[in-house]
Write a protein that binds this ligand. Structure first.
Ligand code: ITT
Length: 202
């Protein structure tokens, strides 16, 4: 079977490809197929994951797996959550947008600092995986990992908010962990385990 990985995020693509590797599925990325990026107009991770999976499945006429994810901070009422990528969005030059993760992490830190030195730094990463088929069928799996927002950023591995996320029970950030260790405990791995149990069992 061929499966489209409906993401344009290189960090996610690397992790999803590694998670899929043991299952002998031929993967092709949305970027390699030149698929357009649909607008993420949903207000939940599941809605956005389904928008991306269905768009890729119908454009490629193949089953497609999409990932919508983000960081939610307890003291910020769960923000940025589904808007995590938006918080990093920045206009570089006229017409050209980019993402600045240091700026986005700093925005979270700034809002936490406004609440004083004793602020609760608990947060969690969410990952929602959706598979859509060209005939319209769909499935959704959700995963989560809890931790602490830590400042300043530390580590060079991983992507996005990894340098400020310290998972419960550890002292290092996701960006300081060996990629295999992150994959063993991450929100993406949690969602993926549920997907595997239902889709690849037997
Ligand atoms: P696609 O929609 O093309 O998949 P995206 O980057 O726009 O890529 P999202 O809309 O799901 O993805 O935004 C989620 C953001 O949350 C993403 O840009 C990441 O930087 C961040 N994020 C998700 N998973 C993460 C992880 O494992 N480690 C660090 N940051 C993560």
């Amino acid at each position: 079977t061929r499966l489209v990985i409906a993401t344009h995020n290189a960090g996610k693509l690397r992790e999803i490809s590694a998670l899929l590797a043991p299952y002998g599925i031929e993967c092709v990325s949305a970027g390699d197929l030149g698929l357009p990026e649909p607008e993420e107009t949903g207000t939940t991770f599941a809605e956005n994951a389904l928008i991306k999976a269905h768009a890729a499945a119908s454009a490629a006429n193949l089953p497609a797996l999409a990932d919508d994810s983000g960081l939610s901070v307890v003291a910020l009422g769960g923000r940025p959550g589904v808007y995590t990528a938006d918080w990093a969005e920045r206009q570089w030059f006229e017409g050209e947008k980019g993402r600045d993760w240091y700026m986005a992490m700093g925005k979270v830190e700034g809002l936490l600092c406004e609440q004083g030195p004793e602020v609760d730094r608990s947060c969690w990463f969410s990952c929602t995986l959706a598979i859509a088929w060209p005939d319209g069928e769909e499935v959704v799996y959700e995963g989560r990992v809890d931790g602490t927002f830590s400042w300043p950023p530390r580590g060079t591995m991983g992507f996005g908010y990894d340098p400020v996320f310290v998972p419960h029970g550890r002292e290092v950030t996701f960006a300081e962990l060996d990629p295999a260790e992150k994959q063993a405990m991450s929100h993406r791995a949690d969602a993926f385990a549920k997907l595997v149990a239902e889709q690849f069992a037997g």
